[in-house]
Design a protein around this ligand. Sequence first.
Ligand code: S3P
Length: 170
Amino acid sequence: MRPKAVLIGMPGSGKTRIGGDVATLLDVEFRDSDIDIEDREGMKIPRIFEERGEAEFRRIEADVIIEALHGFDGVLSLGGGAPMTVRTRDELKRYIDAGGTVVYLDADPNEAIARASRSGNRPLLADGAAKKWRRLYAERHDIYVDLANLIAHTKGKTPMQAAQQIADTV
Ligand code: S3P
């Protein structure tokens, strides 16, 4: 059993919204690694960062994602930093080799920053969201592109239009 599609991309790129729409179109379940982590740990992500630190968050995140890659057959969205963890990235490569689809949602930076700034649940973007977002984007964009076997440019598309394109491909 493996997910129909795994969505990666920056905070605010629409992974949760578009992933949910892809799942609806394919008539399968939707999961989001951030929500799975919060459910498992019984606390919100900013508190996990605060009390346990980012390294421990990444360890939990990798465990949650690896479990979903092997035991879930819906659509899965990942937290923006997940593919930066080597253990997670290697498992995503294996998932692709086995026939899976990793979709990079490449969003317009200004739109993504505006969306990401609206939520207070993103500790890495607290204080100076736009600057931090751009720094993380510079670090991550090439890694997302190298990993993904489908790139969806979302600029100018509604979430449903972007979702339809993905659903038609997987
Ligand atoms: C993170 C993104 C968040 C969440 C955590 C760390 C990141 O998910 O996993 O705050 O490193 O970019 P979203 O991409 O859903 O905001």
